[in-house]
Design a protein around this ligand. Structure first.
Ligand code: NAD
Length: 258
């Protein structure tokens, strides 16, 4: 299936690792020109890279100007940069209010900074797609890391606002929600839990994850970064030209309503 993405310009935040990196590779396979914005360079792949901290609006504006001067347009944007609190937040007052600040700054203000920089360009082009990596945690009030869950709900909500704002300019905006993917972020959730367990309750990362998958995911398997990348690349293509404002779960059936 030709997705007609050849020579399209793509910006991916958080593209140095995990899901963002898989998205970068798949767009490259389709012949697109990928710009990764991240705090560190990817260890693999031949992408255009810019050191960008999405919490710094000026940094984001400068990176946007650089892509525009190199490529003259931005066809697709994928927002994968995010963090968790790296603490076990169950019950919620296991965390202090200060534990929320960094997560909200990266996951909400980061999303806002990039949208402010990119939306005017896509509006002017009268074309473009934006895809936000949110999470099933943003839909079900996951108790593991409340600031993370709340920030992911904000991603979904803001993507809907953007979809409505930008629809008259033929710019489509959607959220994709992964379930369980082996990445540094996912492992940090286990680590925070495991650090607090008494010796007799400690589990390896895979024991912890496999129990969770067995109990909560109907298809009973991990999702891979490539599973998520497939959905995002198809959503970005004209094959999904009537899809906007949607929250699409790629989660083995974990969430079946929203
Ligand atoms: N892994 C999962 O199980 C899972 C589940 C649901 C949702 N998600 C979502 O998928 C997305 C990607 O997560 P992942 O698991 O691939 O994580 P990851 O930790 O592998 O990658 C996140 C990337 O974001 C970058 N980043 C963090 N803060 C940044 C900042 N201030 N500026 C620029 N870049 C920054 C990191 O350097 C890293 O390269 C996130 O939005 C996450 O919430 C992941």
């Amino acid at each position: 299936m030709d997705l007609h993405l050849k020579n399209h310009t793509v910006v991916i935040t958080g593209g140095a690792s995990g899901i963002g990196l898989a998205v970068a590779k798949l767009f490259t396979e389709e012949g697109s020109l990928v710009h990764i914005w991240d705090l560190r360079k990817p260890d693999e792949g031949d992408f255009s890279f810019e050191l960008v901290d999405i919490t710094d609006h000026q940094n984001v504006v400068s990176a946007t100007e650089k892509v525009m001067s190199d490529s003259g347009r931005i066809d697709h944007f994928v927002h994968a940069a995010a963090i968790g609190s790296r603490k076990y937040g169950f019950p919620f007052d296991n965390l202090a209010p200060d534990d929320w600040r960094e997560v909200l700054n990266v996951n909400i203000m980061g999303m806002t900074n990039v949208a402010h920089a990119l939306a005017p360009i896509m509006r002017q082009q009268n074309s473009g797609t934006m895809t936000y990596l949110a999470s099933v945690a943003g839909q079900i009030g996951s108790q593991t890391d409340p600031p993370y869950s709340a920030s992911k709900a904000a991603n979904i909500n803001f993507a809907q606002c953007l979809a409505k704002d930008l629809a008259p300019y033929k710019v489509r905006v959607n959220s994709v929600c992964p379930g369980m993917i082996q990445t540094p972020l996912n492992k940090s959730v286990w680590q925070a839990w495991n650090d607090l367990q008494p010796v007799e309750f400690k589990q390896t990362y895979l024991e912890w994850a496999n129990t969770k998958i067995e109990n909560t995911i109907p298809l009973k398997s991990w999702q891979t970064p490539e599973d998520i990348a497939n959905m995002i690349v198809i959503l970005s293509s004209d094959r999904a030209q009537q899809v906007t404002g949607q929250t699409i779960n790629v989660d083995g059936g974990f969430v079946m309503h929203w």
